[in-house]
Design a protein around this ligand. Structure first.
Ligand SMILES: NC(=O)C1=CN([C@@H]2O[C@H](COP(=O)(O)OP(=O)(O)OC[C@H]3O[C@@H](n4cnc5c(N)ncnc54)[C@H](OP(=O)(O)O)[C@@H]3O)[C@@H](O)[C@H]2O)C=CC1
Ligand SMILES: CC(=O)[C@@H](O)[C@H](O)COP(=O)(O)O
Ligand SMILES: [Mn+2]
Length: 381
């Protein structure tokens, strides 16, 4: 029986993680459940799973929760996320919070030698060098939940790292894949949230529409698999059936396929190296799909992907700036304070005005993250 600490339980990945836990009560038990402020969503989950530890974002949410439940310890904020993740009974931490807020808890969980199932890509983009350094030092494996990285992980099973020729990450193209750049003027939040293949949280759905999601995934892959940027390729594949591929030096290509359903990579991260039945997910029917499409990625059409490659290659503090500027700009777009195209403009300005710091430590990363967010908001005035 694996005891799970689930960070971000009320989100898209969190809810699907609970679907997997619910399916296999003999395999998994929920020890800790963390969320932000969405008590309405969290309350039925807390009542159903009865976790020993609950983490909420702030004191008012804790007070509201205390009037509703009478079991479990309630912790608050970033310190609460850390305490829940490193608790003795925890075997695996599923990090499914949105944003770089997930970084300190990931680092502490690694230091406590917990298995990490990582969905929270912003953590790896912001401080991949620190996360991987700690993982190596403490001999902890990070199991990818992101569908592309799970596909690559599965395609690397039993192979030698030295035989990798390139990683091929597939991109659906997101909500605006059939629009030209000039047609992006005036697109709405509702349009952007209309992802063709996946049902996901709001922030990642906007990232998918801007292609920043693929940019973040390129940096995530660089750190998870220790592969140079020149060997990480992105290809447009509108069906999201092939979740990513690995080409080897002998020209053999290994791919992982499946219906677009995050329960598959979530469960794989929880059961690795084994597999379990997953009857709640539709089987892939290639006869029904009949045709798969692939297109070359156009960096001028998708400048966020270009900026992510550049930030990744420059390294140091640049990816942290890219991520923080993107998080803040996407939030402004969701609040309807900026247009869709202003997201990339704000990120570009944040990157241009930042002087790279080589090998930043955690406190430097955290202050760059905060500074960048302020600068993005300031550019608005
Ligand atoms: N959704 C998907 O299919 C995929 C997601 N990912 C990655 O997984 C992560 C989660 O994505 P997704 O599930 O879509 O996001 P959601 O926005 O749906 O969920 C985010 C979760 O994080 C919680 N949260 C937000 N801020 C805080 C905070 N300050 N403290 C504690 N909890 C917080 C939210 O709580 P509350 O509800 O209370 O606000 C919610 O539970 C992201 O990094 C994303 O890039 C990767 C691949 C696929
Ligand atoms: C499900 C998942 O892993 C997302 O990151 C997904 O890949 C988004 O799709 P695109 O970014 O390819 O549109
Ligand atoms: Mn993905």
């Amino acid at each position: 029986m694996k005891q799970v600490a689930l960070l971000g339980a009320t989100g898209s990945i969190g809810i699907q993680t609970l679907d997997v836990i619910r399916l296999h009560p003999e395999e998994f038990s929920l020890y800790a459940l963390a969320f932000g402020r969405n008590l309405e969503k969290a309350l039925p989950l807390i009542k159903e799973f009865k976790p020993e530890v609950i983490v909420v974002q702030d004191e008012p949410t804790k007070e509201r929760l205390q009037s509703e439940i009478h079991h479990g310890q309630i912790l608050i904020g970033g310190e609460g996320l850390i305490e829940a993740s490193v608790a003795d009974p925890v075997d695996v931490v599923v990090n499914a919070v949105m944003g770089s807020i997930g970084l300190p808890a990931t680092l502490k969980a690694i230091q406590a030698k917990k298995l990490i199932a990582i969905a929270n890509k912003e953590t790896l983009v912001t401080a991949g060098h620190l996360v991987m350094q700690e993982a190596k030092k403490h001999n902890v494996e990070l199991l990818p939940v992101d569908s592309e990285h799970s596909a690559i992980y599965q395609s690397l099973n039993g192979e030698n790292k030295k035989d990798i020729h390139k990683l091929i990450i597939t991109a659906s193209g997101g909500s605006f894949r059939d629009k030209k750049r000039e047609e992006l003027v005036g697109v709405t939040v509702k349009d952007a949230l209309n992802h063709p293949n996946w049902s996901m949280g709001a922030k990642i759905t906007i990232d998918s529409a801007s292609m920043m999601n693929k940019g973040l995934e390129v940096i995530e892959a660089h750190w998870l698999f220790d592969v140079p940027y020149d060997q990480i390729h992105v290809i447009l594949h509108r069906e999201s059936v092939i979740h990513s591929m690995v080409e080897y030096v002998d020209r053999s290509v290994m791919a992982q396929l499946g219906t677009p359903d995050m329960k598959v990579p979530i469960q794989y991260a929880l059961t690795y190296p084994n597999r379990l039945d997953l009857p709640i997910t539709k089987q892939l029917d290639l006869e029904e799909i009949a045709t798969l499409h692939f297109e070359k990625m156009d960096m001028e059409r998708f400048p966020c992907l270009r900026m992510a490659y550049e930030a990744g290659r420059t390294g140091g503090s640049m990816p942290a700036v890219l991520n923080a500027a993107n998080e803040e700009a996407v939030q402004l777009f969701l609040e309807e304070k900026i247009s869709f195209l202003e997201i990339e403009q704000l990120i570009e300005r944040a990157l241009e005005s930042h002087e790279r710091i080589h090998n930043p430590d955690l406190s430097t990363i955290l202050s760059i993250d905060e500074e960048t967010r302020k600068r993005v908001r300031f550019h608005l005035n």
